[in-house]
Design a protein around this ligand. Structure first.
Ligand code: ACO
Length: 325
């Protein structure tokens, strides 16, 4: 049984916009194709000197409680930063966040579960607090996908955007917010979406892209729809709930068509879905907190709502959580 809940949310996206019209000038594509195949209308792109830790710091500055109140970071005892695009290989983004805010006596660790990173980080924060080892954990998911996007590849460059989201997870034994979790991995699908690193081969296959994102979009699409809809079914069974018990579904915002397919397969009305893909593109692990923020701002997401979060991405790996907002 959980003893933790999310007590505050903050987000940030860079000012610079990259429109579909701008992409038409870079590659052979069209606004109509992008909107029809992905639902994406625009995305925010970091400035040349703006990196993931900068976006994360702004998201933490924007943290607000349920009544819009600012929150203190004094007693934070662990910082977990989720990112696939850290400023440096090391030191980590979580250490940069600690330095900026001067949070004392806090551990700091980065986690990389690609686009599923925010749900994994929340799951771990819940576990750490429920175990009694920690009391107040700052979870931050930030990405500058534009820095690793190949703007000559029309099948990837239309998708990605930059942004960050932060959540405070606190000890709350009387009002626990985490109800159930599910996760799974298919490492054999690693080749379907990757960015090369120290090694330039995977399972005997040479890697392309020279440090930029490479993907077989169709394979990722099919895997995500199949896996996430099966995961939702298991998660609901496990919690002895049905889709009617869910107030909001917040999947990773990769592609609007993908969200529509998952909803259709799972019997979740699209109207119960919060997403950030239309206005922000695929911001990897930042996409779920950005979608939650959209729901808060629109007055849709309210305290006590039951929310189904579902992260999925390269790995291939996925993590779904049932929470109370
Ligand atoms: N503009 C115009 N045409 C395009 C574009 C474009 N931007 N991109 C691809 N096409 C063309 C292709 O070349 C292909 O043409 P062909 O039939 O002549 O070969 C045609 O459109 C269809 O291509 P598909 O790849 O089948 O198109 P699809 O409808 O699947 O859409 C997309 C492609 C948008 C990439 C989709 O597959 C997708 O979103 N997949 C999921 C990607 C994803 O979520 N990745 C997340 C990983 S991020 C991470 O984990 C770090």
């Amino acid at each position: 049984k959980s003893a933790a809940r999310i007590t505050a949310l903050g987000t940030y996206v860079p000012e610079r916009l990259l429109l579909n019209d701008d992409l038409e000038k870079l590659v052979d594509t069209s606004d109509a194709w992008i909107v029809q195949r992905t639902g994406i209308q625009e995305r925010h792109i970091a400035a040349d000197d703006e990196f993931t830790s900068h976006l994360c710091v702004r998201a933490v500055e924007n943290l607000r409680g349920p009544g819009g109140e600012t929150v203190g970071l004094e007693d934070v005892d662990l910082i977990i930063a989720s990112t696939t695009t850290p400023d440096y290989s090391f030191p980590t983004v979580s250490c940069r966040i600690q330095k900026h805010f001067g949070i004392e006596d806090a551990g700091a660790v980065d986690l990389n579960a690609t686009c599923a990173g925010f749900t994994y980080a929340l799951h771990m924060a819940n576990g750490m607090i429920t175990s009694g080892l920690h009391r107040k954990i700052l979870v931050v998911a930030g990405e500058t996908m534009s820095k690793i996007t190949d703007y000559t590849d029309r099948s990837t460059c239309i998708l990605f955007g930059d942004g960050a989201g932060a959540a405070l997870v606190e000890y709350a034994p009387d009002q626990p917010g985490f109800e159930s979790a599910i996760m799974g991995t298919q490492g054999s699908g690693g080749i379907h979406v990757y960015r090369s690193g120290l090694s330039a081969e995977m399972d005997g296959e040479p890697l392309a892209g020279e440090g930029r994102i490479v993907q077989n979009g169709r394979e990722v699409f099919k895997w995500a729809v199949r896996t996430v809809s099966a995961g939702i079914e298991k998660l609901l069974d496990q919690a002895q709930l049905t889709v009617d018990d869910i107030d909001w579904f917040v999947p990773h915002s990769a592609n609007l068509r993908m969200i529509e397919s998952i909803c259709e397969k799972s019997g979740i009305p699209l109207a119960k879905t919060l997403q950030s893909v239309t206005e922000m593109g695929n911001t990897s692990s930042a996409s779920i907190p950005l979608a939650l923020q959209a729901g808060v701002r629109a007055g849709q997401l309210n305290p006590g709502d039951r929310v189904l979060l579902y992260g999925f991405g390269s790995g291939l790996t996925h993590c779904g959580l049932l929470i109370r907002w």
